[in-house]
Design a protein around this ligand. Structure first.
Ligand SMILES: C[S@@+](CC[C@H](N)C(=O)[O-])C[C@H]1O[C@@H](n2cnc3c(N)ncnc32)[C@H](O)[C@@H]1O
Length: 201
């Protein structure tokens, strides 16, 4: 696991958090709670996309509701790279990964103000999970460009946003950014309480 927080970087992150509507860290506990499995079953959501040996990129993992399941699904030969802007999310997720013996399959990183810091992954990623996160990013266009660059040809991105506080027009605008980055919309599957698209490179 790689993450570090110098004073200067923390200040930059705090400024970014204030400038955008970032989910408060304590909501991370609810988002990662087992009760959520009653309406978002991570394994059945991920099963069509995540397989043994894959490299997965997950922006905004929070406290790891999907991350830990994906780490199990990619197996010993796979890797999940998870990048969050909040150190508390990263630290909580790091502890859980340690307890569950999954640390070796999860590369945890702190986002920086200019992007996800994933240039080293160019062309190496099989799948991107962007669940309830794009609306919090300062630049959705940049995010889709970065994701397009790291994905292998034919790689997929599952883009899902909560319907209760993200308007259809905002979701559609994000899809426009994705198309401009080069993605094609493959399908619009149903995930309860969310609006969702599968994008393909
Ligand atoms: C609503 S939570 C969703 C967490 C997780 N995807 C889930 O569905 O349980 C959004 C997450 O995105 C993170 N986030 C917000 N802005 C970010 C940024 N610029 N870069 C990376 N992560 C960010 C937040 O810290 C938070 O953990």
């Amino acid at each position: 696991m790689q993450y570090e927080a110098s004073g200067k970087r923390l200040l930059q992150w705090r400024t970014l958090e204030m400038a955008h509507d970032v989910c408060p860290w304590w909501i991370g506990y609810w988002l990662a709670s087992p009760i959520r499995k009653l309406f978002h079953n991570p394994r059945s959501i991920l099963e069509p996309f995540v397989h043994e040996g894959m490299t997965v990129f997950e922006p905004g993992p929070g406290m790891g509701f999907f991350t830990l399941e994906m780490a199990r699904m990619v197996g010993k030969g796979g890797l999940v790279v998870a990048v969050d802007i909040q150190i508390r999310m990263i630290e909580n997720l790091a502890r859980k990964a340690q307890r569950q013996g999954l640390s070796g399959r999860i590369d945890l990183r702190l986002a920086n103000p200019t992007g996800m810091g994933i240039n080293d992954l160019t062309g190496k990623v099989d799948f991107v999970l962007a669940f309830a996160v794009v609306h919090e990013l300062p630049d959705a266009g940049l995010f889709f460009k970065e994701s397009f660059a790291v994905l292998k040809s034919g790689g997929k991105l599952l883009f899902s946003e909560p319907s209760n506080h993200i308007e259809q027009s905002v979701f559609d605008k994000s899809l426009d950014y994705a198309r401009r980055a080069g993605f094609k919309v493959e399908s619009m599957p149903t995930i309860r309480s969310n609006q969702t698209a599968v994008l393909v490179k």
